[in-house]
Unconditional design. Structure first.
Length: 203
């Protein structure tokens, strides 16, 4: 049994954030590349990920997956053996190198956006109108990072669906607070015996 999304495919999602309050004020600066806003008196940019972000992205992915998924999957061999920051970073670098060719699919970083206030604190992976992944560094949970990323995805890409592990109740509550509802569709997370739910955003 493996954790979902070990190879960067669609997987279960997590964000331990509160909905944004009235202090969220956005101003577009070329909306397809970056969004600048003031949050709690701090200037924040949500921008497209760059190659120099890869080590930070890998770090966030690895440690949040360990924290959130260990009690669900009970697979320490994967969590502490296969799932390593260096391995994840190398995988992303390989994607970037292989996708420089026009014959390759779009570079994976072209679909990843990061929350950056001087420190990259979270990321969101968007494919068409689906949230594929949303992760916030553990040390910044509860500070609105995930909410800002999700609001960005809704406003800029009109995201309307995502899959989340049925046992990831914190994530389900988070998405419901942002207008998502259960569609009734379920499937097994790839390579596991755990169910994930399809959530859709109400029109």
């Amino acid at each position: 049994m493996r954790l979902p999304c070990p190879k960067g495919k669609r997987g279960s999602l997590f964000s331990g954030q509160k909905p944004l309050g009235a202090n969220f004020s956005a101003a577009n600066i070329n909306s397809k590349f970056a969004l600048l806003f003031s949050f709690g008196g701090v200037n924040v940019v949500i921008r497209k990920a760059k190659e120099e972000d890869i080590s930070r992205i890998a770090e966030i992915l690895v440690f949040v997956k360990r924290i959130k998924y260990r009690d669900i999957f009970h697979n320490d061999q994967f969590s502490f053996g296969e799932l390593q920051v260096l391995t994840e970073a190398k995988r992303y670098m390989e994607y970037c190198k292989s996708n420089h060719s026009d014959r390759q699919p779009a570079r994976i970083l072209d679909n990843i956006w990061v929350y950056d206030d001087g420190i990259v604190k979270g990321l969101i992976h968007i494919e068409d109108t689906e949230v594929v992944e949303l992760y916030t560094d553990y040390f910044f949970w509860g500070q609105g990072v995930g909410s800002a990323l999700l609001k960005f995805a809704i406003d800029e890409f009109n995201v309307s669906k995502l899959w989340v592990l049925e046992k990831n109740t914190d994530a389900i509550a988070f998405y419901k607070a942002h207008g998502f509802i259960e569609s009734g569709k379920k499937q097994f997370a790839e390579g596991t015996e755990e169910l994930e739910l399809l959530l859709v955003r109400e029109a």
